[in-house]
Design a protein around this ligand. Structure first.
Ligand SMILES: [Ca+2]
Ligand SMILES: [Ca+2]
Length: 470
């Protein structure tokens, strides 16, 4: 009874908010029910990340990623063999950002490894999960389609009637409700003829589109200085759940992409979760006539899949992803890490060392409503490392955002952020996961300046709001 009453009050509040959102002045605040559920750290039983002393590695640097992987695997296997630990226990190996490996050990083996002078540190492996507060969010108004997959240039584009920026009037008692509401456009993109379909073989001339544009510039993109078409040669690595490879509003570099997660977790580089696709769209959704547009519009986004299709990953996979980027990335590239774990010096070292190659590493502050200094990689600092807190469209710090300067360098939009999601669609998510990619996009474009400071910062230093410098 009480609950029902609360439900109708909430629905009324949502209706009022929905009405308010239709006014010119769009205000996006953090809805109460989007607060993070505080999950305790979840460690992986019997699995460990071993960081080796650099002096242990006696080989000429400079080989490519695959060569380094082969070398480190041999080295790790021979080290483990000294303790009669079989190869089947070895997981990932790292040889560029940090030297080391992940491995399954029993108590006795762990104790022997602790006493080995070649071992610099040992951390138990930990689960990284995108929960609701971490930008996997409440699922406000996903919209499907809108891309060339389901509309030809000769047809008028569908009217932008989806109230996608408003909190979905979905069941507030069930915040785990599915992301895409069922009442969205009846078109079914999946049934459209694919390019390999013999029916659609007539060559499609890419004519300049002259119809009406339905493209939207999300509030977050506007707040950081608006989008700019990316014309440089750098790329944006997205270390996440993958990126939907054929999303029509994203320029995905598949060749440079890398699936880090093991095959029993996922067999595809593509994103079947949506977090990584959403992050990629904020960085660089294409400036065209549909969907949304990212900060560095059209930049190549590179999936480095360190999390499974259930939105769960491991610190060891994240370090392996960072190690990969450190090996194949170039100065000026950007890597977005919208993930967080317990404080972990090996994870920090990997990100710091990789960023010191001149690759910008942008990390989310985290959504624990706590001091970011308690989390990795948020707490890491360096000249090419940026930690980002989250704010709403009133420049107010998000309730769930972590705080602390250092490590936080910038605040950026992270509440009610519309971007690309699965099946060529668009939807809203919230969290510092969404704030970080705004800064990643800005770093691709060049310098960042402060455009004021956030309100209600939880520490004594209001974070500067990131804005394109030129
Ligand atoms: Ca677009
Ligand atoms: Ca602060």
């Amino acid at each position: 009874m009480f609950q029902r009453k609360m439900g109708s009050v909430l629905l009324l509040a949502l209706a009022v908010l929905a009405f308010a959102c239709q006014q010119d002045m769009e205000i996006i605040q953090e809805p109460e029910f989007e607060m993070e559920s505080f999950a305790a750290a979840e460690f992986v039983p019997g699995e460990y990340i071993i960081e080796l002393q650099p002096a242990t590695i006696n080989f000429r640097r400079g080989g490519d990623y695959e060569e380094t992987q082969v070398f480190m695997r041999e080295l790790s296997e021979s080290l483990l063999a000294e303790y009669r630990i079989g190869d089947e226990n070895l997981r990932n190996v790292f040889g560029t950002a940090v030297d080391g490996f992940s491995v399954k050990l029993n108590e006795k083996e762990l104790e022997m490894m602790r006493r080995d002078p070649r071992v610099k540190s040992i951390h138990q492996d930990e689960v990284i999960a995108h929960n609701r507060g971490n930008g996997n969010g409440g699922g406000n108004g996903g919209t499907r389609g809108g891309g060339p997959k389901n509309q030809t240039p000769s047809e008028p584009a569908p009217a932008p009637e989806e109230p996608a920026d408003e909190p979905a009037p979905s069941d507030p008692d069930n915040p785990e409700a599915p992301e895409e509401p069922a009442d969205e456009p009846k078109e079914e993109p999946a049934d459209e003829p694919k390019s390999e379909d013999p029916v659609s073989e007539e060559p499609v001339e890419e004519e300049p589109y002259s119809g009406p544009s339905t493209q939207e510039v999300p509030w977050g993109i506007q707040r950081v200085g608006g989008f700019k078409r990316y014309t440089g040669n750098n790329v944006a690595f997205v270390l996440d759940t993958g990126i939907e490879l054929d999303h029509p509003d994203l320029n995905v570099n598949v060749e440079l992409g890398r699936k880090i997660v093991p095959d029993d977790i996922s067999t595809t580089l593509s994103d079947l979760h949506s977090h990584g696709t959403h992050v990629a769209g904020i960085i660089g959704a294409i400036d065209n006539h549909f969907g949304v547009v990212g900060v560095a519009a059209g930049v190549q986004v590179v999936p480095v899949k360190i999390m499974g299709d259930d939105g769960r990953g491991r610190v060891s996979w994240a370090i392996a992803g960072v190690d990969y980027v450190a090996s194949v990335g170039k100065p000026g590239d950007v890597a977005n890490l919208s993930i967080g774990a317990s404080a972990n010096t090996t994870f920090d070292n990997a990100v710091i060392n990789a960023s010191n190659k001149g690759i910008w590493f942008v990390t989310s502050a985290g959504n624990n409503a706590a001091d970011a200094n308690n989390y990795s990689p948020a707490r890491a600092n360096g000249p090419f490392l940026q930690t980002v807190s989250s704010m709403d469209s009133r420049d107010v710090m998000a309730n769930s955002s972590n705080y602390g300067n250092p490590p936080i360098d910038w605040a950026a939009p992270g509440v009610g952020i519309k971007s690309t999601i699965l099946r060529g669609g668009y939807g809203n998510k919230s969290g510092t996961s969404m704030a970080a990619p705004h800064v990643a996009g800005l770093r691709l474009l060049g310098n960042i300046r402060a455009d004021g400071h956030i309100k209600n910062d939880k520490d004594n230093t209001p974070d500067p709001i990131a804005h394109r410098a030129d």
